[in-house]
Design a binder for this molecule. Structure first.
Ligand SMILES: [Zn+2]
Ligand SMILES: [Zn+2]
Length: 269
């Protein structure tokens, strides 16, 4: 009798949710709108680093790329920048898979567990006046069907008793950034953001949210637009960041090419 019920509910369950976990491919045992099992959802771990840039928080193997103010080359050379960049974990492994599933697999229900990671990355004593999600060009958003940064940012804004502020607009349809150098990225992004109602930005502490920190070029361009509108502070918050420490280690271990390693590492961070 009981096993019969089990069988029926199992069949019923499979009917309403035929998927296995999209990460480990084990059958899902709990009814949830999220097609990932709780074990896989708890896999992403916060990024740990002994050496990192004070501003963009890029992790480094040692303190060699940092100056006496603990700034990396990119932050040292950028005239306008965000003030700090917080990020939860490395853009690899389960976190990378979850972000891909969310963004390209269009599993929008992942926004909730993923935004919890975002909140974890923020120091508790920080306060913000405005929370802004990285805007997408309307055409790109129309193609994807949603803006992932908005879905991730809404619960974070709520934590500060705010709703997302729509003061930043993407002006141009920028080319895909992948494969471009830092300089090309900066050129590609020049003038790509516009601030709406700048009087609402002046003097405000702003939290800018995006999914992934790759080179930081997009966040820097958006922060520059906000700073031009006289924002008091711009902090960037992302779920994951590209961690090049493995890459640097590979190069350093090949010996005698340390200079090359650092220019490669700093040129794209
Ligand atoms: Zn799983
Ligand atoms: Zn930096």
């Amino acid at each position: 009798m009981l096993s019969g019920i089990g069988r029926i509910s199992g069949t019923f369950f499979n009917l309403i949710f035929p998927d296995d976990c999209r990460l480990c491919e084990q059958p899902l045992t709990n009814i949830s709108r999220i097609p990932v099992c709780p074990a896989c959802l708890s896999l992403p771990k916060p990024l740990e680093a002994e050496f990192f840039c004070r501003a963009c928080r890029t992790p480094f193997v040692d303190d060699y790329p940092l100056d006496e103010h603990d700034l990396c080359t990119v932050c040292r050379e950028s005239l306008v920048n965000f003030d700090t960049a917080y990020s939860f974990g490395s853009y690899e492994g389960p976190l990378r898979k979850l972000i891909h599933l969310f963004k390209y697999g269009k599993v929008e229900t992942l926004a909730q567990p993923l935004s919890r990671f975002l909140c974890q990355a923020l120091p508790l004593d920080l306060n913000f006046d405005l929370v802004i999600a990285m805007p997408m060009h309307w055409r790109k958003q129309w193609e994807r069907g949603f803006n992932q940064a908005e879905l991730l940012g809404r619960p974070v804004a709520k934590r500060y008793g705010l709703s997302l502020a729509a003061n930043l607009r993407r002006k141009r349809y920028t080319k895909a950034q992948a494969g471009l150098s830092e300089l090309q990225r900066r050129e590609n992004l020049k003038g790509s953001f516009a601030v709406k109602r700048p009087e609402e930005i002046a003097g405000k502490r702003i939290l800018l949210i995006d999914d992934v920190f790759t080179t930081g070029a997009t966040l820097r361009a958006a922060a520059a637009a906000l700073k031009a509108a006289r924002a008091a502070r711009v902090s960037a918050l992302t779920l994951a960041r590209v961690d090049r420490r493995g890459f640097e280690r590979d190069w350093t271990s090949s010996g005698g090419r340390r200079q090359k390693v650092l220019s490669a590492g700093t040129g794209v961070t």
